[in-house]
Every structure is written in C-alpha cells, then in structure tokens.
Design a protein around this ligand. Sequence first.
Ligand code: NAD
Length: 287
Amino acid sequence: MMYNLLKGKRGIILGALDSKSIAWKVAERAHEEGAIFVLSNAPVALRLGTIAELAEKTGSEVIAADATSIMDLEDLVDGAVKILGGKIDFVLHSIGMSVNVRRGNHYTHQDYNFTKTGFDVSALSFHRLMSVLYQRDAMNEWGSIVALSYMAAQRVFPDYNDMADNKAYLESVARSFGYFFGRDKKVRVNTISQSPTPTTAGSGVKGFDGFIAYAEQMSPLGNATALECADYTISLFSDLTKKVTLQNLFHDGGFSNMGVSNAIMDNFMKDFQPEETKVVEEPKKTK
Ligand SMILES: NC(=O)c1ccc[n+]([C@@H]2O[C@H](COP(=O)([O-])OP(=O)(O)OC[C@H]3O[C@@H](n4cnc5c(N)ncnc54)[C@H](O)[C@@H]3O)[C@@H](O)[C@H]2O)c1
C-alpha cells in the first residue's frame, strides 16, 4: 500500500546488504512513499552484497562508508546533502556485527579486541553518525533518526552474546543524543526493537532457527517480518509521528510483554512429567 508519506523527503539509509536486509526493505518502501535517499554500507559489503541492484531500482546513489570511521561518515553526510540537494529528513542506522558471535566465542570467554570491534561497529557507530549529523547541522527540523535494536538489551538471551550489551548502549545513546537533537534541532531519535528476522546478521546468532520458531509461538501476532519492520520505520520517518522521541519501540508481535503462551506451554507439556508421577527406576542389581 502506498500513502505518499515521505513525499519530498530526503534520507540516508545505512546497512542494506542484500534483499533480506531490513534496510533493503526500508529503502524499497521509502522509494514507494516518494522519498529520495542515498544508500550506504561498508566498502567490503558493497563488494560482497547486491546493493547496486537496490540503487538502480530506487534511483539512488551509493556512498561507501565504514561506520567505524568518522571521516567516512563525514563524507557520507556531505555527499548526501549535495546529491539530494538539501538537508536530510530521515536517517536509518541498520548496522550490527559481533566478531565474537562470528568466531563462536562464548559470552564468558570473549576476545576483548573482538568485543571492541563489535561495539565500535554496532553501537558507537550510532553515536558517531549522529555526532556528524549534529555538528554539520545536516538534519531538517522535524527530521527523524531510527536505529534497529533487539530485546536482548533488556532481557537475557544467552546466545545473543556481546550484541546484547551493544544494543543496550545503542538504546541509551538514542535517549541521550535524542535529548540534544530534540532540544537544539527539533529532530527525533528512536530505536525499533525488532523480532528475530532471517537476515545475514540475524541468522549468524547461534540456534537461530529454534529461536525464531520459539518467538513465533510466543507472540500473539507472530514475528514481525523485515517488510513489516520497514512499514513501521516509514511511519516513524513520516510527519505522523512528530512527537515520538527518546523511545525504544517494540515491534515484535507482542513478544516483549508475554510471560508464556498456550502454544509454548502445550509443547512443553508434551514431554513434561510432574515429579510425583515420574517412574523412578530401581537401580539394577549386579550379581
Ligand atoms: N535480524 C534480526 O533478527 C534482527 C533483530 C533485531 C534487530 N536487528 C538489527 O537490525 C539491523 C540490521 O540487520 P539485518 O538483520 O538487516 O542484517 P544484515 O546483515 O542484512 O545487515 C547488517 C548490516 O550491517 C552492515 N555493517 C557491518 N559492519 C559495518 C561497518 N563497519 N560499517 C557499515 N556497515 C556495516 C553490514 O554490511 C550489513 O549491511 C542490525 O542493527 C541488527 O542488529 C536484527
């Protein structure tokens, strides 16, 4: 469905790797809603991914930027303002990567150099990006900045590893920077806490298949897809959500407020035996 919600708006979308990426779907939807934007990803992702196809489809230019480099981000923001012909109305930060997860290091046995890299890419990059936008005064009034998060920032998901800590920082930065951006530039900053989604980053988490199936059964509306996440993101970029800021917004089919669902309980009960009915086998006597 198209509503022209972003007609005449200019944006920067970071993190579209391939057609599964959440950022990819946001770009497609933003294009449908009338926005113009610049796409960006790390130089290596531009080589490995298929972003050129998205650029072609949406009539966008691509600017390579490693989100750990302030100079790259400065070039990105300056380039976007020039290409799009004015200040920016919306920015999507859809970037995440943990080296510990990739290398299979357990949370209790991290390589702290990997931890630092993952933090730099996944969390600090959001502060860095906003810092460049703020200092360059590159955002239009009533603009909107969104980053993607996950509920492991609040609750324990053992295999989410150090990304949990990165997301906690990311959400905190949305509040802290969001205050200054709101006060000084009338720009809103929020994070969307999305359901598990089958993307390159998502599928990298250990046991992802079981994990996504569990969330599906737990959520009254089922898991939110990447496209549904894009729709929600578009609403946050539109003028219909002008006073929503400093929020972490759950987009998860209701998962975050569930204790247990009937579906999960039914599955659990299949193999469950109450203590008193358990048949205790006598140890076999050996002659
Ligand atoms: N997939 C899920 O289950 C899920 C759930 C909640 C939140 N998220 C978040 O959504 C966001 C997007 O992830 P996705 O699921 O679409 O996966 P994805 O793998 O398609 O996107 C991750 C992106 O981060 C980019 N990236 C990595 N290092 C970078 C760097 N140094 N500089 C610039 N970009 C870099 C990658 O190139 C890639 O495009 C991430 O923040 C992720 O944590 C994902």
